[in-house]
Design a protein around this ligand. Structure first.
Ligand SMILES: Cc1ncc(COP(=O)(O)O)c(C=O)c1O
Length: 447
């Protein structure tokens, strides 16, 4: 972090602390209306006093003083793939999860159009009540077939899939052990379940083993949650070791394949294919339809009793509307195309590896990325990451900064998502632009 950025950050933190102290004084003052006496302290009734809004305001003020535009909620005019158009301007795009280029593929679009014409735009009810359409079973059958397991169930949101699955399957006598970097949806699900929750060090099976040795006997069911490919770092777990550990301790293993399905393995079939681990060695395969599969929603694939239980009883499935047909159909089509066109997954691996190698050759810090669809460039300061993202955007390159508190301040970064449609020339151009910008003197903050 530069001297100027450090100074600005400190100033903003001091101001925020000052505001917090004032609020605390107001709340503690004998004149302040108190909860329980009929009236409630005024700041507790206002959204602009909410801690979330306070944090947001702090970030916006920091960006304003640095002269940066808001890097979030960019409006794409059309489909976002390796390139995109944002508010009328062309960009190279490294900020979408359209890994195999299926969102925007004419065949996938056509499948959506046909489903819309046939089934209408909403199934309007929970599938168990009257929302079921044949396309649901076709999609779930294709997912189960891809994994080589009994069955699958598709939820309307990937996030809700984890929340509902963990929230329903586990309870207060159970234990959930998860990688410390696991996605928010798994954490929320674990919280909802009422189970005891413990994090183990990232990608560290020995740390997991140790926790299980100490705590397994005190709990009934135990679930271990890992991801197939971690989307902040682009690294992956050593699946065979996790399988061996879960067996030894009689626990369930769940793998969230949001970023690994379509990306890892010869045919894009995910972490199991990457390691040659049989599907049945993992108890719960989870994935999302929003990334490789060009749709929206999530799935759980596994044995029949697991899928039946969720289909009939998981609240986010039972009490929520079924997936619209025009959302199910493109994901089904994308999955069929992925099976027919394994060259897409191969090309994604090649171009991702190229990006990683070229970034390293230029001396960039890519952390633990293995070069599969996700490659971070670690910069070590949030203002620097935001500033470089802004400068690249001005040069026609769209890449998202990942800032504190999403990651520790020292590992703030730019995060590049690759697609099979990116070219070597686009990668070279992007990395050259980044390296040139990094060499420029950092401008003093304005404001
Ligand atoms: C690992 C992981 N799991 C679950 C989700 C939630 O999926 P969705 O965005 O499709 O709701 C995400 C979202 O990015 C994710 O990265």
């Amino acid at each position: 972090m530069t001297q100027d950025n450090r100074h600005l950050k400190q100033q903003l933190l001091d101001e925020a602390r000052g505001r917090r102290r004032t609020r605390a004084r107001q709340a503690a003052s004998p004149d302040a209306p108190q909860a329980g006496g009929g009236a409630v302290a005024e700041h507790l009734t206002r959204f602009d006093s909410h801690p979330g809004y306070q944090q947001l305001s702090l970030m916006r003020e920091g960006a304003r003083r640095l002269g940066l535009s808001d890097p979030f909620f960019k409006r794409h005019d059309g489909n976002a793939g390796a390139t995109t158009v944002i508010e009328g301007r062309d960009y190279l795009n490294f900020a979408s999860y359209n890994y195999l280029g299926f969102s925007g593929d004419p065949r996938v679009n056509q499948a959506a159009r046909e489903a819309l014409e046939r089934y209408g735009s909403s199934v309007s009810a929970s599938r168990i009540v009257s929302g079921e359409r044949p396309i649901h079973a076709e999609l779930e059958g294709a997912i189960a077939e891809a994994y080589g397991v009994d069955d699958a169930v598709a939820f309307v949101s990937g996030h809700a899939t984890n929340v509902s699955t963990l929230g329903y399957l586990l309870g207060p006598r159970d234990l959930i052990l998860h990688d410390e970097y696991v996605h928010n949806s798994a954490l929320v699900g674990a919280q909802l379940s009422g189970a005891r929750r413990m994090a183990f060090a990232h990608n560290d099976p020995a740390a997991l083993d140790d926790l299980l040795r100490r705590h397994r006997p005190q709990f009934e069911r135990v679930l271990i949650v890992i991801e197939g490919l971690y989307s902040m770092d682009g690294d992956l777990p050593e699946l065979p070791r996790f399988v061996e550990i879960k067996r030894r301790h009689q626990a369930w293993l769940m793998v969230d394949e949001a970023h690994s399905f379509g990306v890892l393995g010869e045919h894009g079939l995910g972490l199991g294919e990457h390691y040659g681990v049989p599907s049945h060695d993992v108890d719960i395969w989870m994935g999302t339809l929003s990334k490789t599969l060009a749709g929206c929603g999530g799935y759980i694939a596994g044995c029949q009793p697991l899928v039946d239980t969720l289909r009939y009883l998981a609240p986010g499935f039972l009490y929520s509307v079924g997936m619209p047909a025009q959302v199910a159909a493109p994901s089904l089509k994308a999955l069929q195309l992925m099976r027919q066109e394994p060259q897409r997954a191969r090309r994604l691996r090649e171009i991702s590896r190229y990006f990683l190698d070229q970034a390293r050759r230029r001396g960039l810090d890519t952390g633990h990325s293995i070069g599969a669809a996700v490659v971070p460039v670690i910069l070590g300061s949030s203002p620097r990451a935001a500033g470089l993202s802004h400068a690249l955007f001005e040069r026609g390159i769209n890449v998202q900064p990942i800032l504190h508190p999403a990651v520790p301040e020292k590992s703030a970064r730019l995060r590049f998502f690759l697609s099979c449609d990116h070219s070597e020339a686009q990668v070279d151009h992007t990395l050259d632009a980044l390296v040139a910008l990094m060499a420029e003197p950092v401008e003093a903050p304005r404001g």
